[in-house]
Design a protein around this ligand. Structure first.
Ligand code: UDP
Length: 311
């Protein structure tokens, strides 16, 4: 039986990935300091004999006795509100945390997978974004603690492969949504759904012409799992290429709630908010045979069901 360490496994994406790994018969070690993650995300797997939880900040020295075949690094705050509030922690987990986990991968001869982000493209000047695009990132802006930490983490990862021969994979994850997002994490999906549930207007930032592409979490973790088992060299975008303006996204949510489409309230656009984001998923299709299958209406309905019971 293969053993996988998932750092950040009590978080939104990490916990869904653990569910999938347990279903496929892997032993799973979940490592998390519970800063933004939650033990309740692990309810499904906590009594499984192949599962163990270790409360650990991966920025501190990691000692793990026993073999590991895969180390998946999903440890980081990921919502703009969280990473602004946890600026130094975010910089540390992307740098020191990634370094410690790469050292562990070297010691255990394990494959290392980095959960990177579409934020490495910053406010992109090309669309759709291909992995070959270097990005347009403000190194001192309000998103820099996250963007630059992830860019550094990518650099560390490719150089551990070059210098030490550690097998590595890099996923660049685009906007993802679904159950287990915290209703108050500040991101657009939990905000809009929580507001609609309370009968409030949806808060559109700026004029809402900025775009995002939303991937349902079960699709995303399937992509991560395929990447882990693949021999894909270099970063691979994982996301849903269906691009929407934020106003149209808000209208879609209002429609699903049977409300007036334009039950919206406009608020200032946060500084450095990227104007567009749409993944080119050609590499994921070719190298992993992966593409998302859950449509927006279906995914949002599932997310709404979850938020109804958690907010
Ligand atoms: N946004 C919005 N209203 C909200 C929360 C977010 O209009 O209540 C916008 C935000 O300005 C951004 C997009 O929705 O353009 C996605 O924001 P999110 O924080 O979910 O993720 P990002 O892609 O910016 O990291």
């Amino acid at each position: 039986m293969k053993r996988v360490l998932v750092a950040g496994g009590a978080g939104f994406i990490g916990s869904h990935l653990i569910d999938l790994l347990i279903t496929h018969g892997y032993e799973v070690v979940c490592m998390d300091n519970l800063v933004t993650g939650s033990l309740s995300n692990l309810d499904r797997v906590k009594n499984n004999s192949g599962f163990q939880f270790v409360k650990q900040d991966v920025c501190e020295k990691i000692v793990f006795k026993g073999e590991l075949d895969f180390i998946l690094n999903l440890a980081s705050p990921a919502s703009p509100i969280d990473y602004a509030a946890l600026a130094i922690e975010t910089l540390k987990v992307g740098s020191l945390g990634t370094l410690n986990l790469l050292e562990l991968a070297k010691e255990k001869k394990a494959l290392f997978l980095l959960a990177s982000t579409s934020e490495v493209y910053g406010d992109p000047k090309v669309t759709p974004q291909k992995e070959s695009y270097w990005g347009n990132v403000n190194p001192i802006g309000p998103r820099s603690m996250y963007d630059e930490a992830k860019r550094f983490a990518e650099a560390l990862t490719v150089n551990y492969h070059k210098v030490h021969g550690v097998p590595v994979r890099i996923a660049r994850i685009f906007n993802t949504y679904g159950p287990r997002m915290r209703p108050n994490d500040g991101r657009v999906v939990p905000n809009f759904i929580s507001q609609a549930l309370k009968g409030e207007p949806l808060t559109v930032y700026g004029d809402g012409s900025q775009t995002r592409s939303f991937c349902y979490v079960s699709d995303l973790v399937e992509g991560l799992y395929k990447l882990m088992l693949s021999d894909a060299e270099g970063p691979v975008n994982l996301g849903n290429p269906q691009e929407l303006k934020i106003t149209d996204f808000a209208k879609e949510i209002n429609k699903l709630f049977g409300r007036k489409e334009d039950n919206l309230i406009y608020k200032p656009l946060p500084e450095d908010d990227p104007m567009q984001r749409k993944p080119d998923i050609g590499r994921a299709k070719n190298l992993l045979g992966w593409e998302p299958g859950v449509g927006l209406e279906e995914g949002l309905s599932r997310a709404i069901e979850y938020f109804k019971h958690s907010s």
